[in-house]
Design a protein around this ligand. Structure first.
Ligand code: COA
Length: 327
């Protein structure tokens, strides 16, 4: 049994905010942001948020897969910025799509979220409980960044990506295609390095006041963690699949920083030709970067049956993970 991606979709809100736009409202510059991160612009939602973006990406993925909403058995949305504490983004998307036969829930693993959700989906599909699933990575970080903290707010953007998956029995195996291996990790001891505290309305018993929740980050710590952990987990997933880096067509990496991706490429001893990038257009959309990039590769016809690719992410938790799959 293998879980195969049969369709992808992505969506970003139409409002584009360039580095120069930000330089008009805070002490930053296009030059600083571009040279430190590779980001040139990001999409920011000035209207509806997470559920809307997720549903738009999901509709496109269903269309690409040729699957009707009522044929979906399960929806897992990876997000840390659902519009509500409850219901989950996945349940709201289920309602919008009219996917009445699907169970839906969210997975919280920040920028590693899509990888964790895909791994979870793969495991569930292989139990035989579900046949067709929808995995979504979506975040609306513009509503939780501290817009007075230039060292974090310039990095992030809003967006969503989705993949429709189907489990195939041995006999319908698509030339060995599907998810081949995965490797994930967490280190809660480093939770402080990247955190978005929950908003609270305070508590009359303790006399605490309402507090906003926003992102705080030790940028250099995150950088060091990413360039160490991501190559390590990619190596492990390659070993699990009996492959080496030369066998991989693309490493679809979390788009947090161009320089992080360059360092990962160097450690893996692969050229940047194998590391597709789109951070310049979107910034860091957290759980959405990997499925957006995957969707762009799919739509540009860059993925051929038989191609082996690795999806790899990292983020708050700290968390990291990689999935090896054959297209
Ligand atoms: N515009 C202009 N100057 C800025 C700035 C901005 N947006 N943000 C910070 N600076 C300034 C700092 O105040 C500091 O000034 P000082 O030297 O006068 O004190 C200077 O730039 C250097 O800051 P520093 O934090 O050392 O920069 P850096 O080279 O480490 O780059 C990051 C900062 C955030 C770009 C980098 O650490 C990074 O990308 N880390 C990974 C973060 C990440 O990807 N997080 C998400 C993971 S999922």
């Amino acid at each position: 049994m293998k879980t195969v991606i049969i369709g992808t979709g992505s969506f970003a809100p139409p409002r584009v905010v360039t580095n120069d736009d930000l330089a008009e409202v805070m002490d930053t510059s296009d030059e600083w942001i571009r040279t430190r991160t590779g980001i040139e612009q990001r999409h920011i939602s000035d209207g509806p948020g997470t559920t809307w973006m997720a549903a738009e990406a999901a509709k496109l993925a269903l269309k690409d897969a040729g699957v009707e909403p009522e044929d979906i058995d399960i929806i897992i949305a990876a997000t840390t910025t659902a519009d509500n504490c409850f219901p989950s983004a996945a349940c709201e998307v289920q309602g919008i799509l009219g996917a009445g036969n699907a169970v839906g829930y969210d997975v919280s693993a920040a920028c590693s979220g899509f990888i964790f959700a895909l791994h979870t989906m793969d495991g569930l599909m292989k139990t035989g409980a579900y046949e067709t699933g929808l995995v979504i990575g979506v975040d609306n970080l513009s509503k939780v960044v501290d817009w007075s903290d230039r060292s974090t707010c310039v990095l992030f953007g809003d967006g969503a990506g989705a993949a429709v998956v189907r489990v195939l029995e041995e006999e319908e195996d698509r030339d060995g295609g599907g998810i081949l291996a995965a490797d994930m990790g967490s280190d809660g001891r480093k939770a402080e390095v990247l955190r978005c505290q929950s908003r609270t309305m305070g508590n009359f018993l303790t006399g605490t006041k309402p507090e906003p929740g926003y992102i705080t980050m030790e940028g250099q710590e995150v950088f060091k963690f990413a360039v160490k952990k991501v190559p390590e987990c990619i190596q492990r997933v390659l070993e699990k699949g009996g492959l080496d880096a030369g066998d991989i067509k693309y490493f679809v990496l979390h788009q947090a920083n161009y320089r992080i991706c360059e360092s990962i490429a160097k450690r893996l001893k692969v050229s940047m030709d194998k590391i597709p990038m789109n951070i310049e257009h979107y910034g860091n959309t957290s759980g959405a970067t990997i499925p957006i990039l995957l969707d762009e590769l799919n739509r540009e016809g860059k993925l051929e049956p038989g191609d082996k690719i690795i999806l790899a992410g990292f983020g708050a938790g700290l968390t990291w993970g990689a999935v090896l799959l054959q297209w």
